[in-house]
Design a protein around this ligand. Structure first.
Ligand code: PEP
Length: 254
């Protein structure tokens, strides 16, 4: 059972998926569910940047928050193709996912860059969801906790606080694979993260730590009730209203 009193956050990372029609349908579906079962958990959707403005309009007046999947380290300037945290706030975003393993792998994002993005997010008033997670090779050689410690130390700004920071633990080998760590393994990593946050920050006990990696309706009850799990970062299953909602229900049920 999850002993933590923190309100769960269920965040949907749509990645590079969807269309205008799918954005409209999925948000209408989630709004309907949220209206009939309000206040289950903090809910967040992170559509592709192309659909943020549309999603902001569709979410207007609902309790479901909007987030981006990245931001730049600067608030404006000559950075072709990039989006600043200030622009994301202007478009209605409250959160930004930063340092996702796909961005670390596809765009060579380093811990240092992720920390600079998190700092820019804070300055603009966004809540940063900073992602960390070990590869399968790192796990196999028993380096998981060392990798997580190093990523956290490098990626989280020293002046972070619980109002502006969420951590997402996402084992790289569990993302999009249908494989998940055992509840014991998740508990070990989340407990480790909690102890680091408490050592580093005055309000480290209040910072939410999400689990991400193949969370779906069928495993959510187990994963969401592990010690120090305060919600989920959901990829594939966030594209289906029913699945996403079942995860929120599972998180609220503990
Ligand atoms: C993710 O990419 O953040 C993720 C957790 O993906 P999935 O749920 O599809 O494994």
């Amino acid at each position: 059972m999850n002993a933590s009193r923190l309100r769960p956050l269920i965040a949907g990372n749509w990645k590079m998926n969807g269309s205008r029609a799918q954005t409209e349908a999925l948000i209408a579906d989630l709004r309907g569910r949220a209206a009939s079962q309000p206040d289950l958990a903090d809910l967040l959707v992170c559509p592709p940047a192309a659909y943020l403005m549309q999603a902001a309009k569709l979410l207007d007046g609902s309790a479901i928050a909007l987030g981006a999947q990245d931001c730049h380290t600067r608030q404006s300037g000559a950075h072709t193709g990039d989006l600043s945290a200030a622009m994301l706030v202007d478009c209605g975003c409250r959160y930004a996912i930063l340092g996702h393993s796909e961005r670390r792998a596809d765009h060579g994002e380093t811990n240092e860059l992720v920390a600079a993005k998190a700092k820019a997010a804070h300055e603009a008033g966004l809540i940063a969801i900073v992602c960390v997670g070990e590869t399968e090779a790192e796990r196999d050689r028993g380096a998981t906790l060392d990798v997580i410690s190093a990523q956290l130390e490098g990626s989280v700004p020293a002046d972070a606080d619980a109002a502006g920071l969420v951590i997402a633990y996402e084992p790289v080998w569990a993302i999009g694979t249908g494989r998940t760590p055992t509840p014991e393994d998740v508990a070990a990593v989340h407990t480790h993260i909690r102890s680091l946050l408490k050592a580093w920050f005055k309000d480290g006990a209040e910072m939410r730590i999400l689990y991400g990696g193949s969370v779906k309706a069928s495993n959510a009850a187990t994963l969401m009730h592990v010690a120090e799990v305060n919600g989920a970062l959901v990829g594939g299953a966030s594209l289906k209203g029913e699945e996403f909602w079942a995860i929120a229900l599972a998180a609220a049920g503990g």
